[in-house]
Design a protein around this ligand. Sequence first.
Ligand SMILES: [Zn+2]
Ligand SMILES: [Zn+2]
Length: 1014
Amino acid sequence: MVLPPLKLRRDEVVPRFIRPLKEADFCWNINYNGYMFKAVDPKVNFVEMENKWLAWWQANNLLSKYLKKNQNSKEKFFFLDGPITANNPMGVHHAWGRTYKDLWQRFKNMQGFKQTFRNGFDNQGLWVEVEVEKELGFRTKKQIEDYGIENFVNKCKQSTLHWAKVQTEQSKRLGYFMDWDNSYYTMSDENNYTIWHFLKKCYDKGLIYKGKDSVPWCPRCGTAISQHEILQEEYQEILHDSVFMRLPLNDARGKPLKEEYLLVWTTTPWTIPANALVAVNPKIKYAKVVYEGKSYWLAAKLVPKIFPAGYEVKEKVTGEELLKIGRFYEGPFDDLPAAQKAKRANPEAFHSLVLSEELVSEEEGTGLVHIAPGCGAEDFALAVRGCGYPEMVIPAIDESGCYLESYGRFSSQNAKTAPEIILDYLKRHEDGRFLFRIEPHTHRYPVCWRCKTELVWRVVDEWYIKMDPLRQPLKKAAKEAHWIPEWGLEREIDWLNHMSDWLISKKRYWGLSLPIWECQKCKAFTVIGSKEELKEKAVEGWEEFEGHTPHRPWVDAVKIKCSECGGVAVRILDVGNPWLDAGIVSFSTLIDPQTAKVSYLTDKKYWAYWYPADFITECFPGQFKNWFYSILAMSTVLEGHSPFKTLLGHALVRDEKGEEMHKSKGNAIWFEEAAERMGVDVMRWMYVMQNPELNLNFGYRIADETRRRFHLPLWNIYNFFVTYAVLDGYKDTKIQRYKVDNVLDRWILSKLNSLIKTVTDSLENYDAYTASRAIESFVEELSTWYIRRSRDRVGSGAPAGEDKNNFYATTYEVLLTLTKILAPFIPFLSEEIFKNLTEEESVHLQDWPKANEALVDHELEEKMDLVRKVVEMGHAKRREAGIKVRQPLPKFSIFNFPFDLAQGKQFSIDKQLVDLIKDELNVKEVVVKPGKGELAVELDTTVTPELREEGEARDIIRQIQEARKEAGCGLADLIEVGLPSWPKKFEEEIKRKTLAKKLYQAEKLEVKCITSKK
Ligand SMILES: [Zn+2]
Ligand SMILES: [Zn+2]
């Protein structure tokens, strides 16, 4: 694709997160005190560590090795990226989806799948224009035209390219591995011309039409807002003045009824001058109420709500009967030329009562509804499609929301920004004859999604794709895909059931140039499907256009001959709806490397190899009507199928209290700040641990908790392993494991292989939530049970031999496998650990571990769970009795243990389980009685003098260990210890456990380091 060279302004510096490498970053696999592993910093700075790896990966060109890992693989996986709007820095809310995107691509890369790794940027559309307008200080479309469309469009290109660069750097900081030099841009020629191809297909199927409709309109942006751009979020609680009008009622021949009025309520007074009809519900009861000498017609049910005391109900009829009493009414603005014209066009319809069950209720207002078909979608539908009165569509305002010329004294005044002109007029005109009451009213009102200006409704010529013929095929295509969560499909089907035609035109400047050429003479139009077709048909302006991207103003120069009348056809000036840009990417972004062309538009081979996508993931809210919808729609028209097999949707990012983040509220967190303060591995872990269906609360407190709960325990395990491996002289990575007979080793290896299975299955089902929870609980058990119960197996106090060796071999394997499992989730910490444990280049070039089923022992896992449970119960008994763990006790009994540990097949394993309980609870004897009832325990708390002495010895050992640390002795240093007294019977044990060469009498505890093994 051809991109204009990008010149950054001086203040437009793209942040670079990659710091220069330091000498220390390279000290891998050097001999540290003669041992293989580099010492671990117990007070690790994770952020600093992440920045080190970013630099290292870059210096070692790791990304390109990662991207090429499976280039010759026969298996493929196609992740289709929904383009990120390149209009702002990336936020922490984007980081959630991008973590998922990275996670599954990394997982599949480790599994050996070939992939495209294409990131996408969304570049065209109003959002970019609005930013540039802000930058240039423009407020109207006229200012843009004065500045020049070419200049403006170039500015838009430059702006979006700038943000694409910023987002690229931010994504790299997140640890997101993509083919960053090969990102796709929706403003590219490839993308725009593929949309032309799509629109031509629609045209050939008769789906493109120019329609007049009442559309939501932003008076600031000067453009229509299409139905799917008005989301729930785009409604705000707004206080408006509502008006109760009294409209003099005439009979069926137009003769005035004496002092009889219709009472009509509206919340949009600016639309009153365009009033054409009043609607009543044929089924509702209406009452004639006499109040202060005048008679009013309104819904009977609403009378007490509107009138204070002193009214009298005279008569009740249904809406249908009301039409026989009165047919016509007078309005306050009947003298305006606009109203006069409508009256002349259809005197039978103008200011008449019409029936509508859908529009009229008796819940609020008066049960009589003001209808201005030129200013509202429902009003338009009722007048034109319901009653067949197209003449009643009285246009009211221009592009910027000002009343048209035909509005006499109001003309060129802004309808929305100066609503008082209408209210004041109603108050004054004929002494307020038409005004009953003005009442402030709060209601949910839509605003522009870009600039938050209140929307109005205008009747305009716009271009549409007919969606009715596509409704069933689209629903069929949506059902072909797998939606996660499942209700996503229901939401999509619901939208597909209710969608109206797709409004594709925008009266703007920067965007897809709709390839519609309209004859200036006969108004026939045609759609051009490619650049080549345009060249062939061009009769004028080709030279001006050639060499430019298919954007305004260049493409506007090209004129073609009308095939109907031979006249000159020019391009309609509208640009396209941006969801066309993002919706075409399943076709436009598969560029055949052999031809460098859009495969779908040429030989389709490369495209057919990848299509449809295996996986897409985006934030849910909004996308049902937007990206999910547009890729489905475009693929259904072109291929009749869903363009994706699995869709994973996720909810929104909120602040720590669950509130929306807003710049103005001061609770927004910027991505850079979060990355450098909490670290992206912590951020990523928060995202993967979240149930994607629920909004995620994001903040530093939650980040700290996450780190404490997961990253730090993991780091401590790793630190423990490396520290003792170095101490015990485990020199290299080829640690041999002997026969696995230690119950802890067997158990953790069983757990590890179960974990591999769980994580693999979960990730294959696109369930990061289950996967990450399983990993976190594994790390917790590794830390609080396996490592803790293994402490006595290592260090100078433990004998060298098979058991020690087995501990290192087992823990080494566990850590190595764990880093591979963690690599897609937390790419930095996993790399840090992996690189210290191996001589391999990177964990990110490794293959995904396979579970060894032979090592999975479900029965053992179950027994160990029970052991941990009874141990908890035992500790509770000790706490109850107020006896600390260091005091040995004679006996612990367990009742109703589901396994008979003395009889089982695995006798030696069972015996070791009993020993674990013994050691953990510090008791001399454990009795396990099998049974089926409720698990119960009993602790004998008798402390004999002998046990008391032993308890004292344990206390002393602990005090000496503390004192060793305080004295700064190394783990292997020998010491001499002075003590006031110690139980002589335990002297040898004290010496062995504390590495004391001798104990001597002293007034208080003192420790001297005497040698160092180092
Ligand atoms: Zn706007
Ligand atoms: Zn023509």
